[in-house]
Write a protein that binds this ligand. Structure first.
Ligand code: AHR
Length: 498
């Protein structure tokens, strides 16, 4: 068989599209903050030093939630350094990335930037070198109305109304041997419980994320989640998942099929969380916060100790090609297909560091290839995710054996159907979509992110080489929609059914 079939029925739903699935991540790392989102003196900078061109691109991307300030950075961070008059802020050593941190950008600048982007914060607290007290102090600063030490300090800093930050991550990758102040699962589980308890006393309306494993290859994967959650299950709402998919790993077909690993991880973490629920006799169900995911050739990274002290160094500035856009598209599709159990997802990161947006200091900002599947999915996934039944030709991978060449998800919102589909094979893929149960279509369109050269990229000199383009040929006949997906491509098929 060399064509694929997708069956959709409006009676079979996964759940509503969670807007927080289209999250991103701004870490004080490399040039994500400095010369990324923040560059006083840049021709595009506003009065706060925020780059307007990057704000515009983040809005165009449809970013809904942004995790901050790390990442590994948060585990050695003192949030007090980044608030108040900029001239009085200390310069510190950031041990995570061996960076000189000026603290010119901090919480207030981030919240101003976020408001301009129109997204909500996903704030992380330092549970590496700090603990319960500093986390509850920060929450008092951000969310308490006034009349106390930390809330009055916020008001003194010019912010009368509380920020009202809802989502809080209890540390970052606390299982990682690279993490400053890393913990065993027992140590972290206890600390997460105590921190959550104190934070909920300050503001009972917050939503808390416990740290899951840093990736699926770490030896403590799954047992970490089980132990941590046995301590803090009742106190948290989410368990985090992180994973980066490596283009430099050798097995190209396996890389193109990275979504298989994401799906296995989602299912594994949910099974572990549900196992703890059963053990505790709890009817509550946790969701996953997949708050770091992206394509990153981390096997090429020399490690933190290979870095030299610098401010805003160029580290891990991945150049993405069309194949990476297809992989990123397939990861977004996988998140959508698990919208019933994945409540938050943050692509890591937003600018320059493993990022869809690239900038040059004093120069332009442009969209990398992976920008486009994100923007198309965030812009068009609305309403309910439908269960996508896929039958497709198989492709062989070293890592996962045979996998279908087609990855697809669909959403339906008031008669507007959006089908997101990735052809991860290297031949054109005819697809037939069985739309049983939907009324007659009144319009159909097909947009693709593809190129004759799957290695094509966008660069400073050629920033628009890869862009979404409309394809002719999609047709509808009764309840059958047909189209041809180009090789290694991300696709959006849209129809109106009323
Ligand atoms: O996003 C880059 C780094 O990857 C983050 O700081 C860390 O959490 C992860 O290991």
């Amino acid at each position: 068989m060399d064509s694929a079939k997708l069956t959709l029925d409006p009676a079979f739903e996964v759940g509503p599209v969670e807007r927080r699935l289209f999250g991103s991540f701004v870490e004080h790392m490399g040039r994500c903050v400095y010369t990324g989102v923040f560059e006083p003196g840049h021709p595009q900078a506003d009065e706060h030093g925020l780059r307007r061109d990057v704000i515009e691109l983040a809005r165009e991307m449809g970013v809904t939630a942004v995790r901050y300030p790390g990442g590994n950075f948060v585990s050695n961070y003192e949030w007090e350094d980044g608030v108040g008059p900029a001239a009085e802020r200390p310069t510190r050593l950031d041990l995570a990335w061996r960076q000189i941190e000026t603290n010119a950008f901090g919480l207030g600048e981030f919240m101003t930037w976020l408001r301009a982007v129109g997204a909500e914060p996903v704030m992380a607290v330092n549970l590496g070198t700090r603990g319960v007290r500093e986390a509850r102090d920060l929450l008092e600063y951000t969310n308490f109305p006034g009349g106390t030490r930390w809330s009055d300090l916020r008001i003194k800093h010019g912010v009368r109304e509380p920020y009202g930050i809802k989502v809080w991550c209890l540390g970052n990758e606390m299982d990682g041997p690279w993490q400053i102040g890393g913990k065993t699962a027992e140590e972290y589980g206890r600390l997460a419980f105590e921190t959550a308890k104190a934070m909920r006393r300050v503001d009972p309306t917050i939503e808390l994320v416990a740290c899951g494993s840093s990736n699926v290859r770490i030896p403590t994967y799954a047992s970490w989640e089980a132990t941590v959650l046995e301590h803090c299950y009742d106190q948290v709402d989410y368990i985090s998942a992180h994973n980066y998919y490596d283009a430099a790993s050798g097995d190209r077909a396996g890389y193109l099929a990275s979504a298989v690993e994401m799906e296995q991880q989602i299912e594994g973490v949910i099974a572990t969380a549900d196992h703890v629920a059963a053990k505790l006799g709890s009817r509550k169900r946790l969701k996953i916060s997949f708050d770091e995911w992206n394509v990153w050739s981390h096997s090429r990274f020399g490690g933190e100790d290979s870095l030299d002290w610098a401010h805003a160094p160029r580290i891990i500035e991945e150049d993405y090609d069309v194949a990476a856009a297809a992989v990123v598209g397939s990861l977004l599709i996988t998140l959508l297909n698990h919208a019933d159990r994945v409540g938050i997802a943050c692509q890591a990161q937003l600018a320059n560091v493993i990022a869809p947006i690239r900038t040059e200091p004093g120069g332009p900002a442009w969209r990398q290839t992976i920008f486009h599947p994100f923007a198309l999915t965030a812009g068009h996934a609305r309403g309910q995710v439908l269960r996508a039944q896929v039958t497709a030709p198989a492709m062989a991978t070293e890592r996962y054996g045979e996998v279908p060449v087609l990855v697809a998800a669909a959403t339906l919102d008031d008669g507007e159907l959006s089908v997101f589909a990735v052809n991860r094979g290297d031949r054109p893929l005819p697809i037939e979509i069985d739309l049983r149960g939907l009324p007659r279509a009144t319009g159909i369109s097909h947009v693709t992110v593809a190129d004759d050269d799957p290695g094509a990229r966008n660069t400073e000199r050629e920033p628009r080489r890869v862009e979404p383009r409309a394809l002719a040929g999609a047709a509808i006949d009764g309840d059958r929609l047909t189209a041809v997906l180009p090789p290694i491509s991300f696709n959006l098929l849209k129809g109106t059914f009323r």
